[in-house]
Design a protein around this ligand. Sequence first.
Ligand SMILES: Cc1cc2nc3c(=O)[nH]c(=O)nc-3n(C[C@H](O)[C@H](O)[C@H](O)COP(=O)(O)OP(=O)(O)OC[C@H]3O[C@@H](n4cnc5c(N)ncnc54)[C@H](O)[C@@H]3O)c2cc1C
Length: 407
Amino acid sequence: MSATAKPTVTGAEARVVALTEQLLGDHPPDSTPEAEFLGAQFDLGLAWVHFAEGDGGLGLPPRLQEVVTSRLRAARAPSAAGRNPIGFGMGAPTVATHGSETQRRRYLRPLFTGEEIWCQLFSEPGAGSDVAGLSTRAARDGDEWVVNGQKVWTTLAHLARWGMLVARTDPEAPKHRGMTYFVIDMHGPGVEVRPLRQMTGEAEFNEVYFTDARIPDHERLGAVGEGWHVALTTLMNERVSIGGGAAPPGAGPISEAVRLWHAHHGTDPSAAAKVLRDRLVTLWIRSEVNRLTNIRAGQNRKLGTPGPEGSTAKLAMAELNKDIYNLCIDLIGMEGTTYGSYAMVRPTRAGGFENPDIRKSFLRARANSIEGGTSEVMRNILGERVLGLPGEPRTDKDQAWSLIPRN
Ligand SMILES: Cc1cc2nc3c(=O)[nH]c(=O)nc-3n(C[C@H](O)[C@H](O)[C@H](O)COP(=O)(O)OP(=O)(O)OC[C@H]3O[C@@H](n4cnc5c(N)ncnc54)[C@H](O)[C@@H]3O)c2cc1C
């Protein structure tokens, strides 16, 4: 192909382009209510093009989603990921992979339109990195399960209609084999949500208590005892969802650093300003490397459980974000030591994006290397699963969960 020849538009791509134009023509984003626009996007199979027809997809390669996303972004169309990040990035692939047809039809559309927000009920006070050690119990009672226990750090539980719950159903089995995965109605009796404040002053996450909460068996996802297998789909997609984005070049946190450098040091000829510029350029290059790596990983990805590349993306994004916001605070000097208000706010979006303030972003970025698995745990996964290094000693792996000491 000559340097000027255009790449061929495949039949599948042409179909996706045509459907996207149809969506924008029939539902102009500036005059269509958000849920209506997203519902139409789902019905045309443009929610996740690699999902099956009827599930918001067209059964096409995942790389074609970018054709839809970039066109809709340019048209300033609403995004499903923004309002319902946990449902969109983690709940949907888990339901699509492990859900029955009835479950997929019931959950996916309102999840995509944002009419039903989802949360993730994995972490507990005694089980975070080692989530397979969790203690929340679900006991069978006829066609229902009775749940008792406590979850913690549950992002957006205060807005959620549905929660992805992993609970212990067989305490006598080894820890990874005695769990089952459920979708629980967060508005049901016996479910109590309490706010947890973060150092930004906001409470985007919560404690969730279950006291004899009941789940019908038809809201179980996957087989009894297969909860860890289903949870892995959620966890691997979580890493991709947190770290795997590929916004346009120079967008995201690095654009803030560039803006602040121009505003505060753009005309400063001093050596100190040049040192800051060097840091800025290094971070810009790291951002671009992550972006290109994420595009490549996204194009290779299939429906279901992404590979360990999700951990690369998550680790790189967490450490990069912290470094970028460190620089931003250095760029604004003394202003960086003040912070408007620590008043408790209940945000409607996760990630600290509401009421943007660079000092809040700096504080919120500390959580990036904890949420979705810590940077240490990401390094363990990459060491074992990518580099083939010896695994950590796991002395409790084959023991009955009930015999493992815990506090
Ligand atoms: C902003 C935010 C939002 C969150 N949202 C959710 C949510 O919606 N749902 C949910 O279920 N959870 C959520 N979490 C919880 C998050 O998944 C856990 O905090 C995380 O997995 C770490 O668990 P932990 O806090 O119990 O720390 P621990 O597991 O107790 O870890 C403590 C320290 O020990 C280190 N460590 C632990 N094990 C190892 C190891 N094997 N090797 C090396 N180092 C190790 C860790 O890296 C860490 O530094 C959220 C957390 C944050 C910060």
